[in-house]
Design a binder for this molecule. Structure first.
Ligand code: B9F
Length: 127
């Protein structure tokens, strides 16, 4: 079928990869995020992710997940997006993200970054 389930291995246009494990009956899932980019002094480490997806009859579900960069940074990124499947069965995840950098005090205008990422499924790695 053309229904998109997030389980599997995905790569975005930056080269970052994420592995999403089994999506549970209530739509929740967890996995691992390996960012290809970082501005931290400490080396990049895999980060845990936790999220939730809808189950959509049309197979183009929305979802959200949180990445906790705790192994090398005090910051947190949230992603929200939607899975689309084209007529050839190719799946993409169209997302936007917000990254909160730890600030020393409230009201810091500079503490949140925003952006977009598009993920494609890495072939043969959908289990
Ligand atoms: O580089 C980020 C970071 C946070 C605090 C010090 C370094 C951690 C990695 C974020 C990776 C982002 C991108 N990767 C990807 O696949 S998450 C959204 C993008 N999509 C310096 C200070 C605050 C940010 C950078 Fe930092």
């Amino acid at each position: 079928s053309s229904k998109c389930i997030l389980t599997g291995l995905w790569r975005n246009e930056l080269g970052s990869k994420m592995q999403i494990q089994e999506v549970k009956g209530d739509g929740t899932f967890s996995g691992e995020y390996k960012t290809a980019v970082s501005l931290a002094r400490r080396p990049i480490q895999p980060a845990s992710l936790n999220g939730s997806q809808h189950f959509d009859e049309a197979g183009q579900p929305t979802f959200g997940f949180t990445v906790n960069w705790k192994s090398f940074s005090d910051s947190t990124t949230v992603f929200t997006g939607q899975c689309f499947v084209d007529e050839n069965g190719k799946e993409i995840l169209e997302t936007m993200w917000l990254l909160r950098e730890k600030a020393k005090a409230p009201n810091g205008w500079e503490a949140t970054r925003v952006g977009t990422n598009v993920f494609s499924r890495i072939k043969g790695q959908n289990v």
